[in-house]
Design a protein around this ligand. Structure first.
Ligand code: F6R
Length: 590
């Protein structure tokens, strides 16, 4: 089992655990740390039995610790559960279970699953029946595998939103979150579909659909990927895989319990000064967030590049200031420096990070997880959309609290935000080939400019950053209205200008800016709303985004073709987008 786990560890994890059954008893080992560290301490290979489950954790609920490591067990230590995903209603479930006498040992959402299965088994359900019963009570995303000493020959696994795949070996059957776990042992795989549950026994796999309760027949397929390709789920690069993971990453980012957003909103509401700080893409997310917080909630706040923060702003801080620090890794030195300085001045720190247990989460008074899962590509993609999603949700909740929008409008905005993942999936499905074609035609241009107005300026500068980072094309990005105050001097026939032009309050003005560029012979590529014939008629190429996206949510969707443009130009030029020269994933030096 340990070797299978190690084949998944390329994504980086924070704790590890295994459970087996021997002599009808459940045996459990787990601890905080990398697999090699935990193995050196407690010898993960020394576990009797021929059936087991194992997990490496990427913390979402509860910091990385031994107690929070999976597997989690029921009150009697007979049922063990491992879980990927986020259970949205775990607080309610936990309260109900505690009220009926269950005791919890961890702070995870997963532990509630073990106790729910225990309840169902105690009422007489079989293990598969208990898992089905439990699935009906869960809201959110999960891929789970369950082991029980009451039913020692069987593993039950199930999924909703999070991936799960079964491997059919000659003398064994496996299930895993990803194919590399069992690829050296078998290449015969059955992917579980949404809301399916499977019972695995030696030589027998039974799949059922939750909705109909009926058995599902699905033949295994032969996986022809190498291990390297399997790690990327068949995509050519991690960056492309992560661009495609955005619908799920945004869904997960929006899953953080409302109480955390309410807590943060109350801190922002009563603050005398609010700053949002970050570096690179995280700073761009701050810019988008400052725009939404101002526009929806009327909050005066300022986005500042973290490395610049201490020079000026830190001196202005006091106990009534709030600093919102954004960082995927939670370890960026410039961001942490600004946070430390802000703490010394007495400011409250709100962290938004992907890596739970990172320094930023430890230095924060309150933190919210961006929950986008490991990001391996050096260029941040799902990080941007996850961070912007968190801040947009926060802006809506703060706006409702400050009554700058009514409850109905807030509910409408939250609904629109919940629709964003499907809109992103739609864009990926419809426009990937078109962007590839544009990239092929524009790949040899020596420079680009990205222009947008309002919040679309942020989308433009994030698109520019991607192109710089991975395709090494010197590029500019401007607030479109400012372009005529300088940039326009370098525009000559054939110069490529990318406009981010949604049909929002900036639409009529950006048309003027496009005309200015066209008049000087620029080649214009516009990212527009579907059916926007006005901008289409003055552009050389258009990429159409879904209709009726509220302005504050457009960066979440309009950035996607720009990520694909940068990716495809990099590939066309023969560069490796996953390993751009001179860049590190986490910049831990000032
Ligand atoms: C851009 C990129 C970097 C990071 C920056 C901050 O694609 O990856 O600019 O956004 O180094 O990193 P975190 O978010 O870890 O603080």
């Amino acid at each position: 089992m340990r070797q299978a786990l190690e084949r998944l560890e390329y994504r980086g994890y924070d704790s590890v655990g295994q459970a087996t059954i021997s002599d009808n008893k459940l045996i459990l080992k787990k601890d905080k740390g990398k697999i090699s560290e935990v193995h050196a301490k407690i010898n993960l290979d020394d576990m009797p039995g021929s059936i087991g489950i194992a997990h490496t954790r990427w913390a979402t609920h509860g910091a990385p610790s031994k107690e929070n490591a999976h597997p989690h067990t029921d009150c009697d230590g007979c049922i063990a559960v491992i879980h990927n995903g986020i259970i949205e209603n775990f607080m309610e479930l936990r309260k109900e279970l505690e009220d009926s006498g269950h005791s919890f040992e961890s702070r995870t959402d997963t532990e509630a699953i073990a106790h729910l299965i225990e309840e169902a088994v105690k009422k007489g359900s079989s293990l598969p029946g208990a898992v089905i019963d439990t699935m009906r009570k869960l809201k959110g995303a999960f891929a789970i595998a369950v082991l029980s000493s009451h039913d020692p020959q069987r593993i039950v696994c199930a999924r909703r939103e999070s991936p799960l795949v079964i491997g059919i070996g000659e003398h064994a059957v496996y299930c895993a979150s990803d194919v590399p776990a069992f690829l050296p042992l078998t290449n015969k795989a059955i992917w579980l579909e949404e809301d399916e549950v499977a019972s695995l026994e030696l030589g027998k796999v039974e799949i059922r659909a939750l909705r109909t309760g009926e058995a599902v027949k699905r033949a295994p397929v032969d996986v022809t990927w190498t291990r390297e390709a399997a790690e990327k789920s068949g995509y050519t690069h991690f960056m492309l895989k992560e661009i495609h993971e955005q619908p799920q990453a945004i869904r997960n980012a929006l899953r953080t319990q409302r109480i955390y957003h309410d807590l943060v909103a109350s801190k922002l509401d009563s603050a005398e000064a609010v700053y949002l700080i970050g570096c690179g893409t995280a700073y761009h997310a701050c810019l988008a967030g400052s725009y939404s917080l101002a526009k929806l909630a009327g909050l005066r706040c300022q986005a500042v590049i973290a490395s610049e923060f201490n020079h000026v702003h830190a001196d202005l801080l006091n106990r009534n200031s709030v600093v919102v620090a954004m960082s995927q890794s939670g370890e960026t030195a410039d961001t942490l420096n600004a946070v430390r300085q802000s703490r010394e001045k007495g400011a409250s720190i709100i962290g938004v990070a992907n890596v739970m247990g990172s320094t930023l989460t430890r230095l924060s008074d309150v933190y919210i997880g961006q929950n986008s899962g490991p990001e391996i590509g050096v260029a941040a993609t799902k990080t941007f959309t996850a961070q912007v999603s968190v801040l947009t949700k926060l802006a809506i909740i703060l706006a409702e609290r400050r009554r700058t929008i009514g409850p109905e409008q807030a509910a409408h905005h939250l609904e629109k935000l919940a629709e964003v993942p499907d809109a992103v999936a739609d864009v990926l499905q419809k426009h990937e080939n078109k962007v590839k074609d544009i990239a092929r035609r524009y790949k040899d241009r020596r420079s680009f400019c990205f222009l947008g107005r309002g919040i679309s300026e942020v989308t433009a500068i994030e698109g520019r950053l991607k192109l710089l980072e991975i395709a090494y094309v010197p590029s500019l990005a401007y607030a479109a209205g400012e372009s005529k105050h300088g940039f326009i001097a370098i525009v000559e026939p054939g110069y490529p200008v990318v406009f981010v032009a949604p049909k929002d309050e900036t639409h009529s003005k950006i048309i003027g800016n496009i005309m200015e560029m066209k008049a000087r012979g620029a080649d214009v590529v516009s990212v527009i709303e579907e059916g926007d014939d006005q901008v289409r008629s003055i552009s050389d190429d258009v990429i159409e985004m879904p209709k009726d996206i509220p302005s504050v949510m457009t960066p979440l969707i309009y950035v996607v073709p720009l990520q694909l443009l940068a990716y495809n130009i990099a590939v066309e030029k023969g560069h490796d987008p996953d390993r751009p020269r001179n860049l590190a994933k986490s910049v831990t030096v000032e």
